[in-house]
Design a protein around this ligand. Structure first.
Ligand code: HEM
Length: 140
C-alpha cells in the first residue's frame, strides 16, 4: 500500500515537471516570437514555474530512489533504467542551473539570457522524452 502511494507520488511529480516544461516553454516561445521580454508579472510566473519544476524533480528522485530500492533492490535494473537515471540527473542539474540563472537575473534586475533559456527549454524537453522512453523500455 505504501509503495502504491510512492508510485502515485512519482506519477504526480511527472505531471508537474512535464506541465512546467510545456507551460513555461509556450509562454517563452510566444514572447520570443513577438520579440518581447516578459513583463514583471509573467517573469514572476516563469520564476514560480521554475521552482515548481525543480521541486517536482527532487520529489521524482526521492520517490524513484524509494521505488528502486524496495522493488528492485537497488539501481542496477537494466541498461534502459541506467540511461533513465543519468538523464534524470542531467535534468535535475539543468533545472537547478536555470533556477540559479533566473534568480540571479531577477536580483540584478535584468531579464534572463534568451539563448540560455531557449537551449535549456529544448534540452529539458529532450531529456524528459528520453526519460519517458527509457522508463517505458526499462519496465516493459
Ligand atoms: C524526470 C525524472 C523521472 C521521470 C519523468 C520518471 C518517469 C517514470 C515513469 C513514466 C515510470 C513508469 C514506468 C512504468 O511503470 O512502465 C517510472 C517508474 C519508475 N521510476 Fe521513474 N522517473 C523519473 C525519475 C526517476 C528516478 C531518478 C528514479 C530512481 C532513482 C526512478 C525510478 C523509478 C522506478 C524504480 C520505477 C518503476 C516502478 C515500478 O516498477 O512500478 N525514476 N518513472
Amino acid at each position: 500500500m505504501t509503495l502504491v502511494f510512492v508510485k502515485f507520488v512519482h506519477y504526480l511529480a511527472i505531471v508537474f515537471s512535464g506541465g512546467v516544461l510545456v507551460g513555461g516553454g509556450v509562454i517563452q516561445s510566444v514572447y520570443t516570437k513577438a520579440n518581447q521580454v516578459p513583463d514583471s508579472i509573467t517573469a514572476k510566473i516563469l520564476k514560480l514555474l521554475g521552482y515548481i519544476g525543480l521541486i517536482s524533480l527532487v520529489i521524482l528522485w526521492i520517490s524513484g530512489i524509494i521505488l528502486s530500492i524496495n522493488l528492485y533492490g537497488g539501481f542496477i535494473i537494466n541498461s534502459a533504467f541506467t540511461i533513465k537515471i543519468v538523464a534524470a540527473g542531467l535534468l535535475l542539474g539543468l533545472s537547478a542551473f536555470i533556477n540559479f540563472h533566473v534568480f540571479n537575473s531577477s536580483k540584478n534586475n535584468i531579464p534572463p539570457n534568451k539563448t540560455i533559456m531557449k537551449i535549456a527549454t529544448m534540452s529539458g524537453r529532450g531529456l524528459l522524452l528520453i526519460i519517458l522512453i527509457t522508463a517505458a523500455i526499462a519496465f516493459s
